[in-house]
Design a protein around this ligand. Structure first.
Ligand SMILES: NC(=O)c1ccc[n+]([C@@H]2O[C@H](COP(=O)([O-])OP(=O)(O)OC[C@H]3O[C@@H](n4cnc5c(N)ncnc54)[C@H](OP(=O)(O)O)[C@@H]3O)[C@@H](O)[C@H]2O)c1
Length: 247
């Protein structure tokens, strides 16, 4: 679980623990990981390893490889993300690089490090986090949205390529969820919000049903409207109005 300390990542961890899976939890905040680990090991008969590392660090795969040495990984979930919100012209290079490092290079490096052993065993699954914002340009979070499109397209291609190796991949195009990260970036509720545990459950249940899924009925309707029914420029304008408060 890459990005497991809170929000959707912690919800994935709980869902996987409920399914009887032992876990390797990765994030930067050791205290949150330790608390989650304690809760999971007391409630479920599983083992949990906590790995405190920064997924923006290009060297993180060495620590990750050490942490999973000797384990037969069943599923890799890359959930971590960074969201630079606000006008592109005012964003700092540091913010933009952080988004590329965590949201684009991070999942690539994690998959390159972890998926080959699944291929050798002919068994495994991967969840990559995309977003409804990755289905079209999303003003005021343009870099984040583009990084989520990257994860979607990567998952789709690998879904086809890795099927013959026994590996199933799904990209979760989540709509808004009330997570601590969401509230820090956006600060307000929107219609159709799913609880993180509901989104995690639906995503895991969706494995084996194709390369992309959109959890939640209203979110699926939004995806069809924005992706298929509206002209591209209309879709982008509409989204731009809904993210205008970020400027
Ligand atoms: N929330 C939404 O409404 C929404 C909607 C669509 C898609 N999504 C996607 O769903 C995923 C989870 O969203 P969320 O709202 O739960 O995110 P979040 O609250 O911001 O949490 C992200 C998790 O990733 C970890 N993380 C972030 N940067 C990291 C880094 N550099 N190194 C290691 N761990 C890092 C965080 O832990 P530490 O800070 O402890 O490192 C945290 O556990 C993201 O991929 C997001 O794009 C979310």
């Amino acid at each position: 679980m890459a990005g497991a300390s809170e929000g959707l990542g912690a919800a994935f961890a709980v869902q996987l623990a409920e399914r009887g899976m032992s876990l390797v939890l990765v994030a930067r905040r050791a205290q949150l990981l330790a608390e989650l680990s304690e809760r999971l090991t007391s409630e479920y008969e599983i083992e949990v390893r906590c790995v405190v590392l920064d997924l923006a660090d290009p060297e993180f795969t060495a620590a990750l490889a050490d942490a999973v040495a000797g384990l037969d990984l069943g599923i890799v979930v890359y959930n971590a993300a960074f969201t630079p919100a606000g006008p592109f012209l005012e964003a700092s290079d540091v913010e933009i690089e952080q988004a590329v490092d965590v949201n684009v290079r991070g999942p690539l490096l994690a998959l390159r490090a972890l998926v080959p052993s699944m291929g050798s065993r002919g068994k495994g699954a991967v969840v990559l986090m995309s977003s409804l914002s990755g289905l079209q340009g999303t003003p005021h979070i343009s870099v984040y949205a583009a990084s989520k499109a990257f994860n979607l397209i990567l998952a789709e291609g690998l879904w086809y390529e890795l099927r013959s190796h026994g590996i199933d991949i799904v990209a979760c195009c989540a709509g808004a969820m009330r997570t601590p990260g969401y509230m820090r970036s956006f600060g307000r509720d929107v219609p159709g919000m799913l609880a993180p545990d509901e989104a995690a459950r639906r995503t895991l249940d969706g494995l084996g049903r194709g390369p992309r899924l959109v959890p939640g009925h209203l979110n699926r309707m939004t995806a069809v409207l924005m992706g298929r029914l509206l002209a591209r420029r209309t879709a982008v304008r509409l989204i731009g109005r809904s993210t205008r408060h970020l400027t």
